[in-house]
Design a protein around this ligand. Structure first.
Ligand SMILES: Nc1ncnc2c1ncn2[C@@H]1O[C@H](COP(=O)(O)OP(=O)(O)O)[C@@H](O)[C@H]1O
Ligand SMILES: [Mg+2]
Length: 266
């Protein structure tokens, strides 16, 4: 059996509290002993209310923050055991996509330049090859090539999210961490981006961690679901089980809060 695309063991992240000097706040655990594994080609959905620690989990996996405790293994390679250079190459395989695609783009750079940057810096691609790859990336995410010479403010929300996705795909990652990728979009656009994510996953053999506070969205794409509350996973199972036969009271509460309970079973 091959290693999971991602395995997280006992992951914790503490914030605040300084050095524990008397009178200071004690550090609080934004992520508290989180463990899960995502087999290759699958989608793990992480759901939970705002502040439950979802984005912190994504940032830790992406290497933007150092865990207080725990281990992260990508494709069987434990990050903590790797040297700086190897860790960088593993991190090129793991890309984070944010909710606010517009804010993640440099306003003074055209889409073409935004896509060229990772091709140069992560892959060292020469200009000519990068041009071909940029057109190819635009095609993959369904972005009209006319958009390549636009600036971020000239893009619609859906187009900006496609650019963010294309940029994440530039270095041919194997794992995408999608943090509320559709939350800024209206329902029709959400569905189109979900369809796009689904087809990219199949075409490129990707694995996703899909984070959202919106259970209806997660139920459309996830194979397994982890429910977070206060930094901990309170329920974890197949999407059918978590949505159809929730065990934790908190999951039932979340499900009951879906408007019109749009989904009823896995
Ligand atoms: N860099 C930080 N410094 C201090 N506290 C943080 C930081 N990032 C997140 N937090 C806190 O950690 C908790 C979890 O945040 P986050 O992971 O963003 O939750 P979610 O994505 O589920 O809304 C929140 O209480 C948040 O205020
Ligand atoms: Mg968040």
């Amino acid at each position: 059996m091959s290693a999971p695309a991602l395995e997280v063991t006992g992951l914790s992240k503490a914030f605040g509290g300084g050095l524990g000097v008397a009178g200071r706040r004690t550090p609080f655990l934004a992520v508290d002993d989180v463990s899960f594994a995502v087999p290759k080609g699958e989608v793990l959905g992480i759901v939970g209310e705002s502040g439950s620690g979802k984005s912190t989990v994504a940032r830790l996996i992406a290497g933007l923050m150092t865990p207080t405790a725990g281990a992260i293994a990508v494709d069987g390679r434990t990050l903590e055991s790797l040297g700086r250079k190897e860790r960088r190459s593993v991190h090129a395989e793991v890309q984070l996509v944010f909710q606010d695609a517009l804010a993640s783009l440099n306003p003074r750079r055209t889409v073409r330049r935004a896509l060229a940057a990772p091709l140069r810096s992560l892959l060292g691609m020469p200009r000519g090859a990068a041009e071909g790859r940029i057109a190819n990336l635009a095609g993959q995410v369904g972005l009209d090539t006319a958009m390549l010479d636009r600036y971020p403010h000239e893009l619609s929300g859906g187009q900006a999210q496609r650019v963010a996705l294309a940029r994440a795909l530039a270095a041919s990652p194997r794992l995408l961490l999608l943090d509320e990728p559709t939350s800024a979009l209206d329902v029709a656009l959400q569905n189109r981006v979900l369809d796009l994510l689904q087809s990219l996953k199949e075409k490129l053999g990707l694995t996703y961690v899909f984070i959202s506070h919106d259970l209806a969205v997660v139920s459309r794409i996830a194979d397994t679901v982890a429910v977070m509350k206060g930094g901990r996973i309170v329920e974890h199972g197949s999407a059918a089980q978590v949505f159809g036969r929730p065990q934790a009271d908190y999951t039932r509460l979340l499900l009951a809060s879906i408007p019109g309970n749009r989904r009823s079973c896995g």
